[in-house]
Design a protein around this ligand. Structure first.
Ligand code: ZN
Length: 308
């Protein structure tokens, strides 16, 4: 088995109120689609461990990690921003989500898996070094990246983020870390209203106007990400895999479809095969229209595991 699938039931217990789009049903919809399409048959399933305090502190300040733990309610909710709340299970779920990224990194770098997909929530790419928000608490993918760099000793790691929203938390943590090249596309003029001016030379930010569509997305990837990645020669590639740019998803208006996610995944796989021994860890970020999310993840995973 050369592809890993990582999740945990604790990720289902975090919830932010009835009708909140970042709901536990997202993970079930994805799992069902991977089962129905037979893709899960090609993957080794793992339960995510809890990320340790030390692992979380690779991405976040010790005080922030302490604060998230200290603010968990015994019942009801604690409001973090207008759209983000903690329930009694949020801290545990967030530690599982980051722990999934750590396990994925270990499996791939130990040669137990070539690629890994983490079906996890809460998502992470809006969580900064000392800030929660935008449905995010701990920056799962960055915890995994820092584990690859600081524990496994890699020298160059790439982060690809194709969520419809700018990964402001990831940029906040990584913009001075020259061991990382972050390439992202996002829709301009929507939450978190950042990204138009990159914070560091290691940031390749491509803001796309509303209703850009798949052709503009693919052109941006071909003309900006790929040359930068070819120059950087990453030893491993992480993906902040958000699918809220799908045309059926109300969170954004980029107008992407499953084929666009399959196409961008193919580009990443080819780069990983050339420079990184095929090593890819993909972590779920956004994607809120359940059917479009499930179909898009299946298109992504199919290419990721080489079943296309
Ligand atoms: Zn998003």
């Amino acid at each position: 088995m050369l592809a890993a699938y990582i999740t945990h039931p604790d990720c289902l217990k975090h919830e932010m109120g009835a009708d909140h789009p970042e709901c536990s049903e997202r993970l079930g919809a994805i799992r069902d689609q991977l089962l129905i399409t037979g893709l899960l048959d090609h993957m080794q399933c793992h339960e995510a461990p809890l990320a340790s305090q030390q692992q979380l502190e690779q991405a976040h300040s010790a005080l922030y990690v302490h604060d998230v733990a200290a603010h968990r309610p015994e019942s009801g909710y604690v409001q973090v921003d207008p759209d983000t709340r903690m329930n009694p299970f949020t801290f545990q779920a967030a530690r599982r989500a980051s722990g999934a990224a750590v396990l994925a990194t270990d499996l791939v770098l130990q040669g137990d898996a070539r690629v890994a997909f983490c079906n996890i929530r809460p998502p992470g790419h809006h969580a900064g070094r000392a800030s929660a928000g935008g449905f995010c608490f701990f920056n799962n993918v960055v915890v995994g990246i820092r584990h690859a760099l600081n524990v496994h000793g890699l020298k160059r790691v790439a982060l690809i983020d194709f969520d419809v929203h700018h990964g402001n938390g990831s940029e906040n943590i990584l913009h001075e870390d020259q061991r990382v090249l972050m390439c992202s596309t996002f829709e301009e003029g929507i939450f978190p209203f950042s990204g138009s001016v990159p914070m560091g030379a290691n940031m390749v930010n491509v803001g796309l106007p509303s209703r850009s569509g798949g052709d503009a997305f693919r052109t941006s990837v071909s003309e900006t990400w790929i040359p930068a990645l070819e120059k950087f020669k990453p030893q491993m590639i992480f993906i902040s895999a958000g699918f809220d740019g799908h045309r059926e998803d109300d969170m954004g208006n980029l107008g992407l479809v499953e084929d666009d996610y399959a196409w961008v995944t193919k580009q990443i796989v080819q780069l990983a095969d050339t420079y990184a021994q095929g090593r890819i860890v993909s972590c779920l970020e956004g994607g809120y229209e359940l059917s479009a999310l499930a179909r898009s993840v299946a298109a992504h995973v199919k290419v990721l595991i080489g079943a296309d």
